[in-house]
Design a protein around this ligand. Sequence first.
Ligand SMILES: Cc1ncc(COP(=O)(O)O)c(C=O)c1O
Length: 463
Amino acid sequence: MMKYAPIAAIFFPALATAFLTPVPAKQQVRMMAATMAPHKTDKSSAVFEEAKNIMPGGVSSPVRAFKSVGGNPIVFDKVKGAYAWDVDGNKYIDYVGSWGPAIVGHADDEVLKVLNEVMEKGTSFGAPSVYENTLAKMVIDAVPSVEMVRFTNSGTEACMGMLRLVRAFTKREKVIKFDGCYHGHADGFLVQAGSGVATLGLPDSPGVPQGSTAGTLVAEYNNLANVEQLLKEHEVAAVILEPVVGNSGFIVPDKSFLEGLRKLTTQYGALLVFDEVMTGFRISYGGAQQYFGVTPDVTTMGKVIGGGLPVGAYGGRKDIMETVAPAGPMYQAGTLSGNPLAMTAGIKTLEILKRPGAYEKLDRLTERLITGILKEGKAAGHAICGGHVSGMFGFFFTEGPVRCFADAAKSDTAKFAKWHRGMLEHGVYLAPSQYEAGFMSLAHTEADVDATIAAAKEVFKTL
Ligand SMILES: Cc1ncc(COP(=O)(O)O)c(C=O)c1O
């Protein structure tokens, strides 16, 4: 019964909460250096050793295992604002933000307050609630393509529902996705799916029946001619893409590519789907579709709209969405879908994001960060390229430009692995894969960013 009791004993009852108030960059670097030396990971390693025997690979989601960067993962104890603390007591400036949801900062006080209030009423109703209406109206008001929305519990579920929907609505079976784009782990999408899959070097996954991917065609990102060729050769239900890629590292679309997809899909009777699980309410309040001025037919969302609780959603034109049960015949359901806690965290998060200056701040800080990193990387003699759109960023250890997954794959991943560990040791937590994007939050400060650039300068010298 007490088989795992010893591991619980290694946790500190309380960890330091210093540095929560902004301090000048130089002072922060000194403070980080003070906490940084030595970067102890004994407790993280102990927890992970135990985890490996009780969960596959020791994790609940593959990229967290640090396989592509080597070394053991860091085991978190708590998060607040722009920071994460691990079980050894190390503090990090965090640019993963729980893989995107923490856009207003981790465990934001306002979000926690409303969550506590609503929790008193219950955690799950399994029945309609006003919280769903409120969040649905906010999403519909914000996202140009969305006239009706269905909530789910994850981005994967949203993408599974969307896939069934586009096939049901068009009565066609084939879909076009893009090399390196990830749309969750449903069978039909596990073809050249970027991030976790690319990180582990798996072209796709065993266990996916051939029949499930037979209808999935793959095109090269930013290559309109490739898409047109496929549309000519096949009856296609939908063209589905990440409108800004975050799962092959960070790749920006040509505006003309998005505009061209809009024209081509209309011409060939296919639906255009933006998977905005990552970009929704991050690139702008109306997502990538508002930022680039291209409106798809269907949109998937997740991450930010759940404010750190499990959520997903798909939405689009009313005539399309009314295909979904019980309004229409296409079945999709969920026990915890639309639960009051996820809805509440989403509502408060969107309220905060809607305040004047939020996206300007994300953009300003992210630009400062990526400009600084690229400058220091080049100054240290590395081949490096990258960029940002609003609060989403990334860079590659290659000359570039990176316009598709094949370009991203030229990056020096061994160098990235060293960089990643170096940054950890300097108190900066970045995604443990070259094929992931980084995320800024409203809780980050200029001092955090400058401290990160100062750390990057030191680490670049060691690669
Ligand atoms: C673009 C995109 N779509 C879908 C998903 C799947 O979402 P989830 O991890 O919530 O299932 C992700 C996850 O990172 C994503 O980035």
